[in-house]
Ligand binder design. Structure first.
Ligand code: GLA
Length: 523
């Protein structure tokens, strides 16, 4: 049947949206183009966030802080908690080791209550071989602090992850990037000293006096700790890498209590130059080695492959033991032309949607908003992003729809309300953390607009309508293009039910902006 634009059954989408845009932004073209904070204040009643499914290997330590928003104090309960785990009722932190080593699912109900109400949600713990059943979320220091990470900074970041509400939205990993080890040839006394001890175990540099104490601190908050190294002799920033000491390093990371490793190709290029053996075996070898070593450890460590997409890593990253893999070069170095660099990185990442799934994620690099350092000149202090508000909503929406790992890498010590509003939207993040684990596919992409659709576990669809043009634009999607008919539509940034739509749905979207909606089936 030919589809003719139809008015929705309940409301006229365009007029309502038009009003919403103007109301949210004031009047005038500039205001219409650049909205401020779109999301209403969070509810004061409890709302449990985060994934509904979580993977752990048999016999490995378990740690999970139930992310929840709403007034504090809050009391947490968990029905069906497997033997070996204990829940702290005041903090919502679950710890322990599940005593039943059988690979199986444990079905729980998480409950949070406060003076205003109560919320409950199903939660499934899957004891098996797959970690990162939903995309990992956290903060990484690289794009703000570059070669200056320290114990003090990481503790502060962990504290802020809690106090800013990021942890209540599911952010969990506090990740140290490059430059935590010694640097050969450095004049800085903090970076000098032997690379390794007499057992061949890598030493942290003088800015990290006690790594175990640091991860203890992070774990006490219910958060997790991440680290970085390279399979080459040197990291990208010229610090000591793992080459020749891979087994010691895997054991060291466990001894120190880390939960995440980013393994960055870099100087491995010198160990295995192009043509030294056939690709992709040459490219896979170091990752298979570390992937295998990590699986053998008595601790779960999520492995992020950082090799910029070489050899179609998305086709083999999971098989060598990776849980996510960078699909492109560094976002902070990407020179945008007509559009900011995150678009071209995102478009390249979007092509590999077929390869993503629970435990295997395409990684288009970090979320760079708020105060961000300059990757082209790391000596420059962090500056406020040059991305417009609309572009920031588009960036986050693309990453969410692409089931990308969500790592903020701007200055966590200087979060402003707008940046937090982009990072901490429970309904938006729920799309990213959906248990089905599908990456959005393009419904359409032209020079002026694109539409991404991500099917969700409950049968609903998350749909992003993105405007790439310089003017406000009406973007439509036909239900037939999405393979559905009648749907109830909710605006996820504004937390507004828009109405019921039959043949198609249209939205007026500002310059470089997005309308991100969930389309629910109607019983
Ligand atoms: C590479 C990676 C970045 C960062 C730096 C550290 O460029 O792609 O994400 O880890 O190395 O030196």
């Amino acid at each position: 049947m030919a589809t003719r634009p139809r008015r929705p059954l309940l409301l006229s989408a365009l007029s309502v949206l038009g009003l919403a845009v103007v109301a949210a932004t004031g009047s005038g073209v500039q205001a219409d183009r650049e909205p401020g904070i779109l999301t209403p204040p969070p509810p004061r009643t409890p709302r449990i966030n985060g994934p509904s499914v979580y993977g752990v290997r048999p016999g490995r330590p378990f740690l999970y802080r139930i992310p929840a928003i709403g007034d504090r104090p809050m009391r947490f309960r968990a029905e069906g908690l497997p033997a070996g785990l204990a829940l702290d009722e005041a903090t919502g932190i679950v710890r322990g080791t599940i005593t039943d080593l059988t690979p199986r699912s444990h079905q729980l109900t998480l409950i949070a209550s406060n003076a205003r109400g109560r919320a409950s949600r199903p939660f499934r713990i899957v004891v098996g071989d797959t970690l990162a059943l939903t995309p990992p979320m956290g903060w990484n220091d690289w794009y703000t602090f570059y070669e200056q990470p320290s114990d003090e900074l990481m503790r502060k970041a962990a504290d802020i992850m809690i106090s800013s509400g990021m942890a209540d939205h599911g952010y969990q990993y506090v990740n140290i990037d490059d430059a935590w080890m010694g640097k050969p040839g450095s004049n800085d006394p903090a970076l000098a000293g032997p690379a390794r001890d007499e057992r061949g175990m890598i030493n942290a540099n003088g800015r990290f006096p006690d790594m175990k104490a640091l991860t203890d601190y992070i774990h006490a908050l219910g958060l997790k700790a991440g680290l970085y190294t390279s399979p080459g002799p040197l990291t990208c920033a010229g610090f000591h890498g793992s080459h020749g000491y891979e087994a010691q390093d895997a054991a060291r990371f466990v001894e120190w209590g880390f939960d995440f490793l980013k393994y960055d190709w870099c100087s491995y290029e010198k160990v295995a130059p192009k043509g030294s053996s056939p690709d992709p075996e040459r490219l896979q070898k170091p990752y298979r080695q570390m992937g295998t070593l990590l699986k053998e450890q008595p601790r779960d460590i999520v492995l992020n492959l950082c090799q910029y997409g070489m050899g179609d890593v998305w086709t083999w990253g999971a098989e060598v033991g990776g849980h996510s893999w960078r699909t492109t070069g560094d976002l902070g170095l990407e020179k945008g032309e007509r559009l900011p660099g995150f678009y071209s990185i995102g478009f390249r990442n979007a092509r590999h949607s077929a390869f993503a799934g629970p435990g295997r994620w395409n990684d288009p690099d970090y979320i760079l908003i708020g105060y961000v350092g300059n990757a082209h000149d790391i000596s420059e202090p962090p500056k406020p992003t040059t991305l417009t508000p609309n572009e920031q909503y588009s960036y986050m929406s693309m990453w969410v729809l692409m089931a990308a790992p969500l790592f903020y890498s701007g200055d966590i010590t200087r979060l402003d309300p707008f940046t937090l509003n982009v990072l901490n939207n429970a309904e938006v993040i729920a799309v990213n953390q959906d248990a089905l684990g599908l990456q959005a596919r393009f419904v359409r992409k032209t020079d002026d607009e694109f539409v991404l659709v991500k099917p969700l576990e409950d049968g609903s669809l998350a749909v992003g309508l993105f405007n790439l043009s310089e003017e406000t634009r009406t973007i439509s999607v036909r239900m037939a293009e999405l393979g559905v008919n009648r749907r109830r539509v909710r605006d996820l940034w504004r937390w507004k039910d828009i109405g019921v739509f039959e043949d198609d749905y249209s939205a007026s979207v500002g310059r470089h902006g997005v309308m991100l909606v969930r389309m629910d089936p109607i019983p």
